[in-house]
Design a protein around this ligand. Structure first.
Ligand code: NDP
Length: 240
């Protein structure tokens, strides 16, 4: 029996593509998101789906422990759940900043703490945090999103160092623009239109969520001794 894979944000986009890719190879899984019906509808074998908001540490912990009683300890946690609310620093509603920092940063910290002590004790395990290319370089109208994703890149690097002596891998994956539901949550239509126009004008529309999932799965399936510490993955035609 393969070991337990926990994926947050599995109700759409990268998370859903990851769930389908890991299911094909028979991994037992725990899938987490708020829209549980979307994950249930995948009807994947050996898979527990739970309605969990990653900012709710207690519910997140309970779901992981429930899955671990069924499938054994978590060997891979993919902290993928995230939101992108783009906006100008001059006018964006601060509640959008707070929501983003809560989900994108606190959610990742919650997930890491839930699994890391067991991984450390077992001297094995992998945590993959989904950051963004906006977690390693700036983009206009991305101030708070960049803050959250630079946060993910930074905290991942810190914990990677802390876990090195315990043989626990801690990776960050930094995707470029890939079509999913992500942009749809931005409330400023001018920004959405500008983002889409840029993507189309340079032709950066061919990479898919499945491509990202394949890359992430590859990084996990390498031997435990091999750490692809930071992966930046974009459409070949993305020019920034
Ligand atoms: P989607 O919007 O398609 O998926 C986001 C997922 O996160 C959904 O399953 C959503 O589920 C879940 N989610 C959001 N908030 C919460 C929450 N509070 N608790 C639990 N789950 C939550 O976007 P992507 O697949 O594109 O994004 C996945 C990750 O990749 C994000 O971290 C994003 O920042 C990052 N990323 C995406 C890029 C892209 O261009 N697509 C580029 C770079 C990084 P639900 O709403 O059901 O809770």
């Amino acid at each position: 029996m393969k070991k337990l894979v926990v994926i947050t944000g599995a109700s759409s986009g990268f998370g859903m593509a990851l769930a389908q890719a890991f299911a094909k190879d028979g991994y037992p899984m725990l899938l987490l998101a708020r829209r549980v019906e979307k994950m249930d509808a995948l009807n994947l074998p050996n898979t527990l789906c739970r309605k969990v908001d990653v900012t709710d540490n207690e519910a997140f912990t309970a779901a992981v422990r429930e899955a671990e009683t069924l499938y054994g300890k978590t060997d891979l946690l993919i902290n993928n759940a995230g939101i992108m609310l783009l906006g100008s620093i001059e006018s964006q509603d601060p509640t959008e900043w707070k929501n983003m920092l809560d989900v994108n940063v606190m959610g990742v910290l919650n997930g890491m703490q839930i699994v890391i002590n067991d991984m450390k004790a077992r001297q094995s395990g992998t945590i993959i945090n989904i950051s963004s290319i906006a977690g390693v370089q700036p983009f206009a109208a991305h101030a708070a999103y960049c803050a959250s994703k630079y946060g993910v890149t930074g905290l991942t690097a810190v914990v990677r160092g802390e876990m090195a002596a315990h043989n626990v891998r801690v990776l960050s994956v930094c995707p470029g623009a890939v079509t999913t539901e992500l942009l749809g949550h931005t409330t400023d239509q001018t920004i959405i239109d500008g983002y889409n126009e840029w993507k189309e004008s340079v032709g950066a529309t061919n990479i898919t969520a499945d491509d990202v999932a394949t890359t992430i799965k590859f990084s996990y399936e390498l031997p435990q001794a091999v750490s692809l510490r930071e992966i930046i993955i974009t459409d070949t035609m993305q020019d920034a």
